[in-house]
Design a protein around this ligand. Structure first.
Ligand code: IPE
Ligand code: IPE
Ligand code: MG
Length: 250
């Protein structure tokens, strides 16, 4: 899909949902209580994206590096994933959301893997919003697995071939990447796909990131000028040079 410089509502919004642990710590609750609130916040965010006409939402739920957390938190997150699937999938299905899980599934238990496959299959007909849940995902993993696919099939390594082999090849690149929780880093999220995304950092912890906060992020996004390497003058007068050449195959 061709990229444009239009910046009303993002077509594809991606979010690093950070701050669950601090939300829980502030309340003297176990960290996993923060992750539970995080699931509720995601559920509200999905509805808000639907009403705002966002077509694709990609969220970072568990990174390749999150295995380094204490065993108790990791197993709590795995249990929460299974619970969230049983609780949320019927609602997502009814609301026209198509679910994809993006990441390396090999390290997940058989039970979790089966749950992910069932959830994807049961929402496969939906068309209102694509929800990509990045779980055991890392941008470096994605680039390496795409390169491995090309190597195994003897294909030349070009940008287009790599792009098609990526785990997010079914959607165009994100227009806007939000990170909540007050940190200013990418933490191995969408390293390839965010090459030209607008970035927005919010101090709000993910469980507190509500509709008003989303609207503020969208308002800031819509005030940005996306130049894709061109000049402002070229954007104002497209006859003043070539049209945007940054093309994403999706
Ligand atoms: C993000 O919240 C969710 C996951 C990484 C699973 P955190 O758990 O990182 O929350 P903080 O950053 O410790 O507050
Ligand atoms: C990024 O948050 C991963 C997710 C939100 C799933 P982290 O809390 O794991 O990031 P770092 O470790 O602070 O960079
Ligand atoms: Mg964090």
């Amino acid at each position: 899909m061709a990229q444009t410089s239009s910046t009303a509502v993002p077509h594809h919004l991606a979010i690093v949902m950070d701050g669950n642990g601090r939300w829980a710590n502030k309340r003297f609750l176990p960290r996993v209580a923060g992750h539970k609130q995080g699931v509720d916040s995601l559920s509200r965010c999905v509805q808000a994206c639907i009403t705002r006409g966002i077509a694709v939402l990609t969220v970072f739920a568990f990174s390749s590096e999150n295995w380094n957390r204490p065993d108790e938190e990791v197993s709590g997150l795995m249990e929460l994933l299974v619970l969230a699937l049983s609780r949320e999938v019927p609602r997502l299905k009814a609301n026209g959301v198509r679910l994809y899980f993006v990441g390396d599934r090999a390290r997940l238990s058989d039970k979790v893997q089966a749950g992910l496959e069932r959830a994807e299959l049961s929402t496969a007909e939906n068309q209102r919003l694509v929800l990509n849940v990045c779980f055991n995902y890392g941008g470096r993993w994605d680039i390496a697995q795409a390169a491995q696919k090309l190597a195994s099939s003897g294909q030349a390594v070009t940008e287009i071939a790599l792009d098609r082999a990526m785990a997010l090849a079914h959607v165009p690149d994100p227009d806007l990447v939000i990170r909540t929780g007050g940190e200013f880093r990418i933490s191995n999220f969408l390293l390839w796909q965010a090459a030209y995304s607008e970035l927005y950092f919010s101090d709000k912890l993910w469980p507190d990131f509500d509709e008003a906060a989303l609207d503020e992020a969208i308002a800031v996004y819509s005030s940005r000028e996306r130049r894709f390497g061109q000049t402002s003058a070229q954007l104002r007068d497209p006859s003043d040079g070539p049209q945007i050449k940054h093309v994403k195959v999706a």
